[in-house]
Ligand binder design. Structure first.
Ligand code: AMP
Ligand code: MN
Ligand code: MN
Ligand code: MN
Length: 298
């Protein structure tokens, strides 16, 4: 199992949340298998978990199958993190409680999987022009069965010695506004929200502060997300030292439920651990009340 020392687990138990509705496995760009992630969640006393791999329910499915043969005190929600574009910004929408086998979900994942492959080719072409050939094939090889993403390109660029670190790969070539930041392949926000609704899920605007928008722009995004049928926003997300009260206020003003999630990608990857998130501010309606009893802190 993953390496949390006993002392670490004890300290963590005291402060970690019991609900984590945003995390990744090797089905996309996380480093743990779905089984390892479930075991870690139980060590950290998480009770309700949504595995939200990028544009695939593969991580959820594998975890569900693991729990069927290894019963653990953990409730798993079927989920994924969907990519879309809004006003030329790459926005992420978590779909919670989706029927992963529905026609809408299958259509969405097929579309998004194709989009990722198309984007990988385009990123490869851009990097080749900058005298870094072979990146598409290299990233695909690193991804294996996982949903291909920019982190696989980052790993390839590090392995080839083109950059010294993953951070440098994003800073120079892959991050927002750089050559590898290709958004033309993504569906619209409205399309993604519609797919999630048709799959019976709740659409959650992921990590709203990560887009680095002005407050005015973010209000517009939240209003348009709500108008499109969005149901919740992530008020508390991992690794951010932020003023959650602004997001809490946005959720209340727009009649959106509140979600929370660590966005954990793996131990030692610089992301917060599972459940390592601030408590939900008072006055929010937790989205997970749809699936469980209330948290005492809310
Ligand atoms: P993609 O989903 O392929 O567009 O890639 C976006 C993913 O890259 C995010 O979900 C993060 O996991 C990762 N990422 C984004 N920015 C950085 C960064 N500066 N350093 C490391 N990983 C990053
Ligand atoms: Mn990611
Ligand atoms: Mn995201
Ligand atoms: Mn994520």
């Amino acid at each position: 199992m993953s390496s949390i020392s006993e002392a670490g687990v004890d300290a963590a138990r005291a402060r970690y949340q019991r609900v984590d509705l945003h995390c990744h496995t090797r089905a996309s760009d996380g480093s743990l298998t779905p089984a390892q992630l479930c075991e870690r969640a139980v060590e950290l006393r998480i009770e309700l978990l949504a595995i939200t791999d990028h544009d695939t329910a593969g991580g959820y499915r594998e975890a569900r199958d693991y729990l069927a043969s290894h019963p653990l005190p953990l409730r798993l929600l079927p989920a994924a993190e969907f990519s879309c574009v809004w006003k030329n910004i790459n926005v992420h929408i978590v779909g919670l409680g989706i029927d992963a086998d529905s026609e809408a979900a299958r259509t969405a994942f097929a579309f998004l999987g194709d989009a990722r492959l198309q984007r990988a080719e385009l990123i490869g072409e851009k990097l080749a022009k900058l005298r870094m050939p072979g990146a598409c094939a290299g990233a695909l090889a690193l991804a294996g069965d996982s949903q291909i993403g920019r982190p696989h390109f980052a790993r390839y660029l590090v392995a080839q010695g083109h950059v010294g670190s993953i951070d440098a790969a994003f800073d120079r070539y892959l991050g927002a506004g750089k050559v590898g930041d290709i958004k033309a392949v993504w569906p619209s926000l409205e399309q993604v929200v519609a797919w999630i609704a048709a799959a019976g899920g709740v659409a959650v605007l992921a990590h709203p502060l990560k887009y680095k928008m002005t407050a005015t722009r973010l209000r517009l995004l939240v209003a348009e997300f709500k108008a499109a049928g969005g149901g919740a926003i992530e008020v508390v997300t991992g690794r951010q030292q932020a003023d959650w009260s602004f997001l809490a206020q946005l959720s209340r003003q727009h009649g959106l439920e509140a979600s929370q999630g660590s966005d954990f990608h793996g131990p030692g990857l610089g992301w917060g651990d599972l459940g390592a998130i601030s408590p939900m501010p008072a006055g929010c309606t937790p989205v997970w009340l749809r699936w469980s009893s209330p948290e005492p802190s809310c």
